[in-house]
Ligand binder design. Structure first.
Ligand SMILES: Nc1ncnc2c1ncn2[C@@H]1O[C@H](COP(=O)(O)OP(=O)(O)OP(=O)(O)O)[C@@H](O)[C@H]1O
Ligand SMILES: [Mg+2]
Length: 256
C-alpha cells in the first residue's frame, strides 16, 4: 500500500506547491488526480518517485519510507523520453538488464504484443509515431513490474483517437502485474474511464479538494464507456469542485 502522510512541498521561491496532503492508495488501485494548472500534481508525482524531497510529511510504500528513486516505483511522463540510440526492444528492456536473459526477452516479447508492436522490437525510436513511442514508454515502465506506476499526463500530447487507443493499451499492460496507478490527467473523461477513485486537487496551496469513488462496474481491465448517465453525474460533481478555482482566478480581470 502507498501511504502519503501530511505531504508538503514549499519551493525555495516560497511557492507552497503542496500542503499537508494525506492519501492512502491500495495495492492495484487506480487513482486519477485532476486539478487546474499549478495545483501541485507534478510536484506530488515527483515526490512519490523520489525525484524530489518533501518539506514535510512522509511517503511509505508497504511500510518502507521513500526518500530516493525506488525500484518499486516507475514513472511515465507526457513525452516518451526514449533513448534514441537504442532499439524499441532495448528501450523496453532498459530497466530490467539485471534479469536473466530468457526472462528479460520473454517480458519484452509479451510487452511488445500488449502494445501492438509484436515483431517491431528492432525499430528505432525515430521510426515511431507519437502514439507508438508513448506505448513503448508505457511498456518500458511496466516490464520492470513496479508496485506503483506514476503517470503524469501521459496521453495529453496525443489526439483523441490515439488517446483512447493508449488507454486500452495501458489497461492491457496493467493487467499483467496489476500495479497501483497514480494517473495525473486534465481529461476528466479519462479519469472516469480508468480510475477507481478520483482525487480533485485545489491550488494555493496544493491540496485535496475532494475525492470521489467511481463505482460503476466495468469489465476490468478495460476502460469504462464515457457519456453514461453515471459518468456525466460524476463529471458535474468534479467540475463543481474545480469551478470555484476558475472563478477566483477570473476575479481580478473582472474587477478591471
Ligand atoms: N522547481 C520549482 N521551483 C519553484 N516553483 C515550482 C517548481 N516546480 C513547480 N513550481 C510551482 O509549484 C506549483 C505547482 O507546480 P506543479 O508543476 O506541481 O503543478 P501542476 O499541477 O503539475 O500543473 P500543470 O497542470 O500545469 O502541469 C506551481 O505554482 C509552480 O509554479
Ligand atoms: Mg504538471
Amino acid at each position: 500500500m502507498l501511504r502519503l502522510d501530511g505531504l508538503s512541498r514549499t519551493y525555495p521561491t516560497g511557492t507552497q506547491a503542496l500542503a499537508h496532503l494525506t492519501l492512502d492508495v491500495g495495492a492495484g488501485e487506480i487513482v486519477a488526480i485532476v486539478g487546474g494548472s499549478g495545483c501541485g500534481k507534478s510536484t506530488l508525482l515527483r515526490l512519490v518517485a523520489g525525484l524530489d524531497r518533501p518539506s514535510g510529511g512522509r511517503i511509505e510504500l508497504d511500510g518502507e519510507a521513500i526518500t530516493a528513486p525506488h525500484p518499486g516505483v516507475g514513472i511515465v511522463f507526457q513525452e516518451p523520453r526514449l533513448l534514441a540510440w537504442l532499439t524499441v526492444a532495448q528501450n523496453i528492456g532498459f530497466g530490467i538488464a539485471h534479469l536473466p536473459r530468457a526472462e528479460r526477452e520473454a517480458r519484452i516479447a509479451t510487452a511488445l504484443e500488449r502494445i501492438g508492436l509484436a515483431g517491431h522490437g528492432g525499430r528505432w525510436p525515430r521510426e515511431l509515431s507519437g502514439g507508438q513511442a508513448q506505448r513503448v514508454a508505457l511498456a518500458r515502465a511496466l516490464v520492470a513490474r513496479p508496485r506503483v506506476l506514476l503517470l503524469d499526463e501521459p496521453f495529453s500530447a496525443l489526439d483523441a483517437f490515439t488517446r483512447a487507443d493508449l488507454q486500452e493499451h495501458l489497461m492491457a499492460l496493467w493487467e499483467d502485474s496489476r500495479p497501483t496507478l497514480l494517473l495525473v490527467t486534465h481529461d476528466i473523461d479519462e479519469a472516469l474511464a480508468l480510475a477507481d477513485r478520483i482525487v480533485v486537487m485545489r491550488p494555493h496551496p496544493g491540496r485535496i479538494g475532494t475525492m470521489l469513488s467511481v463505482p460503476t462496474a466495468r469489465p476490468r481491465p478495460q476502460p469504462r464507456p464515457t457519456g453514461t448517465p453515471e459518468a456525466e453525474a460524476l463529471k458535474r460533481q468534479i467540475l463543481n469542485v474545480l469551478r470555484p478555482a476558475r472563478q477566483q482566478m477570473a476575479l481580478p480581470a473582472a474587477a478591471e
